[in-house]
Design a protein around this ligand. Structure first.
Ligand SMILES: Nc1nc2c(c(=O)[nH]1)N[C@H]1C(S)=C(S)[C@@H](COP(=O)(O)O)O[C@H]1N2
Ligand SMILES: [Mo]
Length: 201
C-alpha cells in the first residue's frame, strides 16, 4: 500500500529526529477517543467557571469567552494508546490569559480541569502556563468538530493526550495534586510521553 509506505517513511524520519516518542506510531488520520457520549452544546446555557485558590473566581458565558485574546499553535499530539498525530494547527485562547484574569493565589500549585460528563484531569499549574497550552475551538483550517471536543477543548502538547480534556467547562485551582478521571484508574499523575509516563508505578 502506497499510503502505508509513505506513513512508515515519515514515521522513521520523525523517530530519528527525536519527535516521535518511544512506543508511539504515527497516524495520518485523526482517531476519536473518549469515554461516554458526545455532549450537546447550547451557547445560551454554556459557561466556563474558574474556582478554587484564585483571587478572582470567574464565570464566562460563551459570547464572553469568544472575545478573549487568541493565538494559533502547531503541535504534536500523543495518545497513551500509542498513536501520535503530528502538526496540528490548534487555535484558541491561551491558558495564561485565563490565569491572568483569575490571579491564582500563591498556594495554588495544581489545577483540576473540569469537563462535561464529569471527566477531569489534573496538571501542575506551571505546565499549564506554558506558552503553547490553549483552549482550542479550531483545528485549523476547520472549526473543532463536536467529536474532538467542540465547543472548547484544552490542548497540552507536551503531555499525553488524556490531559487535553475535550468539552472543557472549568478549572479548579488546588494546593495539592489530586488524581483526575484516568489518573484514578492508574494513569500517570504527570504523563510525559518522552519519558513514557503511561501508568503509575
Ligand atoms: N472530556 C474528555 N476529554 C478527553 C477524553 C475523554 O474521555 N473525555 N479522552 C482523552 C484521550 S485519552 C485522548 S487520546 C484525547 C483524544 O482526542 P481526540 O478524540 O480529539 O483525538 O482526548 C482526551 N480528552
Ligand atoms: Mo488517549
Amino acid at each position: 500500500m502506497i499510503f502505508d509506505d509513505k506513513r512508515k517513511k515519515l514515521q522513521d524520519e520523525l523517530r530519528q529526529s527525536g519527535r516521535l516518542p518511544a512506543g508511539q506510531s504515527l497516524t495520518l488520520k485523526w482517531p476519536v477517543l473518549h469515554v461516554g457520549t458526545v455532549p450537546s452544546f447550547d451557547p445560551k446555557q454554556w459557561d466556563f467557571k474558574v474556582c478554587g485558590l484564585v483571587e478572582n473566581p470567574l464565570c464566562f458565558k460563551w459570547h464572553e469567552f469568544q472575545k478573549l485574546p487568541r493565538k494559533r499553535i502547531n503541535a504534536d499530539f500523543h495518545c497513551v494508546t500509542s498513536w501520535s498525530k503530528f502538526d496540528n494547527e490548534w487555535e484558541g485562547v491561551p491558558f495564561s490569559v485565563i490565569a491572568e484574569k483569575a490571579q491564582p493565589k500563591p498556594e495554588a500549585r495544581f489545577v483540576m480541569v473540569l469537563a462535561e460528563n464529569n471527566y477531569t484531569t489534573n496538571l501542575p499549574l506551571e505546565d499549564l502556563m506554558a506558552s503553547d497550552v490553549i483552549f482550542a475551538d479550531r483545528h485549523a483550517p476547520e472549526p473543532l468538530d463536536a467529536t474532538h471536543g467542540a465547543p472548547l477543548r484544552l490542548v497540552v502538547p507536551h503531555l499525553y493526550a488524556w490531559k487535553s480534556a475535550k468539552w472543557v467547562r472549568g478549572l479548579n485551582f488546588i494546593a495539592e495534586d489530586e488524581p483526575g478521571y484516568w489518573e484514578q484508574f492508574g494513569y500517570h499523575m504527570y504523563g510525559d510521553p518522552f519519558r513514557e509516563q503511561r501508568f503509575q508505578s
